[in-house]
Design a protein around this ligand. Structure first.
Ligand code: SF4
Length: 166
């Protein structure tokens, strides 16, 4: 049965930059967890960044621009952490390929996981349209990426791929 990749912080893992989680509570997710069809993943931690860590944003573009080498990810204090973000994104893609995952639910607005908007790099909480680095790389390889606000739609797509949720 098809599996779902999901941001680890949405599963309640305290992996965010501030050491907190962003836990989702949803019956459909609980059923998939019981069936061992959920893979939780944090690209920033997998890429080698610590918990907690400095907040980071993409500057001069979005995740696709980072992948193309035209933008970078920097922390509030100016450190370039692009390499960590790219490493986490590549590992996410490898994980999806390993498990034949075609749907992901990732945390909106994150510079890694955001799927429709990210912050603009000014650390002023100003959001712009665009994807984070991991979300962009997964999309480029045909994986459908949803935010946590689209969980019902993601689960419905997963079910239509051929696996029952419960
Ligand atoms: S990188 Fe993604 S999974 Fe990790 S804490 Fe940020 S939003 Fe959550």
């Amino acid at each position: 049965m098809n599996k779902l990749l999901i941001s680890a912080c949405l599963l309640g893992d305290p992996v965010r930059y501030d050491g907190k989680s962003k836990a989702l509570h949803h019956g459909g997710l609980a059923a998939l967890l019981e069936q061992d069809r959920i893979i939780g993943y944090c690209p920033e931690v997998a890429g080698g960044l610590p918990i907690p860590r400095n907040a980071a944003e993409i500057q001069m573009g979005d995740g696709a621009a980072v992948i193309a080498g035209q933008a970078k990810v920097v922390t509030r204090d100016g450190s370039d952490v692009t390499g960590y973000f790219l490493s986490g994104a590549k590992q996410a893609l490898a994980l999806c390929r390993q498990h034949d995952i075609r749907i992901a639910v990732l945390t909106e607005s994150s510079p890694s996981c955001g799927s429709s908007r990210i912050y603009n790099g000014s650390f002023s909480r100003h959001a712009i349209p665009g994807s984070g680095v991991t979300a962009a790389l997964l999309k480029q390889h045909g994986i459908r990426v949803f935010s946590q606000h689209q969980l019902d739609e993601a689960l419905s797509q997963l079910q239509s791929q051929g696996g029952e949720q419960s």
